[in-house]
Design a protein around this ligand. Structure first.
Ligand SMILES: Nc1ncnc2c1ncn2[C@@H]1O[C@H](COP(=O)(O)OP(=O)(O)OP(=O)(O)O)[C@@H](O)[C@H]1O
Ligand SMILES: [Mg+2]
Length: 380
């Protein structure tokens, strides 16, 4: 048997989800697997409080609900309210701000599954989200319910579950418009099938949770009619440095644990160096108030996680005893090249303006960070 690279949220936290359901005393919106308050706890954590639950074998167990999203509680609460309403939820924001992450975890808690998902792209067609046909059966017997191959939208409506629509603005307008009737009339027509089989009424619990990246083709280009059927929720980048350190630590540790490798972890001091760099370049200012060249797109928290993970893997693969500042610099360079137009200049500027003075003052690991600057230009 192979091993999955990554499991969906509902498979990663089965104990947490079960404990929340078992201890849930609040009313559940129709079709929901748990109450809004329990959904909130799944996303924001139980603050060290252990929840008792009984597993399938009847054993009494306890679990602390881990914090999965760092941000304003109110944002999460509003998102949950929208999902229980007649409007869809659209999470918008800069790349790497946990829009998809939040959508996955909300679906896992509300519907018990995050797998009814559509990825928006220019090539997406209506059949892929609504339904298609098993052509062998179609030719043999004509259109029958048995020959219908349901897509995620069809299944979500039929089962009363949340459907995730990733990068909705990248889908063609005709496909976006398909959502209009599903969201307003809560039904899906299958004109090929006669009578009652030709109308699918959405069951309670159905809704759409979409994400859109503000850097991609615009949210503004969505039709006004569709926009009206969604509540927009902007997910901002993490504002607090210590909180971002916490996120990156948690994510990198998890990735290393799942990586099937052994060796050094990302130490606190190197982690802080890495996250400080991302945080300061994103804000265009250092914590000591010095102005640096700014780049908000390339320096997302998601990218920081990736650089941290790769730095540690690098150290592990090539026999280093510790993850060093130079490992970070080596993997940071690739981040800058990804952005529109090479942004290596932004990093070089940061090294001159922010890293150098700290190295001079011999602050922590900044001297080693400065010493590794040749890796920024890929020549090292
Ligand atoms: N506020 C946050 N709380 C928890 N994790 C965060 C936060 N911000 C970023 N992350 C981490 O960064 C990653 C964000 O990735 P995700 O794919 O969800 O971003 P996204 O907003 O969908 O980006 P894109 O617009 O590029 O699709 C997640 O793995 C998550 O761990
Ligand atoms: Mg995303």
């Amino acid at each position: 048997m192979g091993e999955a690279i990554r499991l969906p949220a509902e498979r990663r936290y089965p104990g947490e989800l079960e404990a929340l359901k078992q201890s849930d005393t609040d009313p559940r919106p129709p079709g929901w697997a748990m109450s809004p308050r329990a959904v909130q706890t799944f996303i924001l954590g139980s603050r060290e409080r252990a929840l008792p639950w009984t597993d399938a074998d009847g054993n009494g167990r306890e679990v602390v609900i881990s914090k999965k999203f760092y941000g304003h509680d109110v944002l999460v609460q509003r998102a949950i309210v929208t999902l229980a309403s007649d409007r869809g939820l659209l999470l918008i924001g800069e790349p790497g701000t946990a829009k998809s992450w939040l959508s996955e975890h909300l679906s896992a808690a509300v519907s018990g599954s995050s797998l009814l998902a559509v990825q928006g792209s220019a090539g997406l067609t209506e059949d892929q989200i609504k339904y298609g046909w098993n052509y062998a059966m179609l030719l043999a017997d004509g259109p029958t319910p048995r020959a219908l191959v349901p897509g995620p939208l069809y299944l979500g409506m039929k089962r009363g579950k949340l459907v995730r629509f990733e990068e909705i603005t990248r889908a063609p307008h005709e496909v976006q418009d398909t959502l209009l009737s599903c969201l307003s009339d809560k039904l899906l027509l299958v004109p090929e099938l006669p009578g009652e089989d030709g109308v699918l009424f959405a069951q309670r619990g159905f809704n759409i949770i979409a994400t859109a990246n503000t850097r991609d083709r615009g949210v503004n280009e969505m039709s006004a009619a569709l926009k009206r059927r969604f509540n927009f929720e902007t997910v901002p980048p993490v504002a607090d440095l210590q909180q971002e350190v916490e996120i990156v630590r948690q994510q990198v540790d998890g990735l290393l644990e799942d990586s099937g490798t052994t060796g050094p972890m990302l130490g606190d001091d190197v982690l802080e160096l890495l996250v400080t760099t991302f945080h300061e370049i994103r804000g265009g200012r250092t914590v000591d108030g010095v102005t640096v060249e700014k780049s908000s797109t390339m320096m997302s928290t998601a990218e920081a996680v990736s650089v941290g993970f790769h730095s540690a893997l690098h150290a592990r693969f090539f026999g280093a005893q510790k993850v060093l500042p130079e490992h970070v610099v080596m993997h940071l360079a690739g981040t800058a090249v990804k952005d529109q137009g090479d942004q290596t200049g932004v990093l070089l500027n940061y090294w001159d303006v922010a890293v150098k003075p700290r190295a001079r003052r011999d602050q922590g690991l900044w001297r080693a960070y400065w010493g590794a600057r040749e890796h920024l230009t890929h020549k090292g």
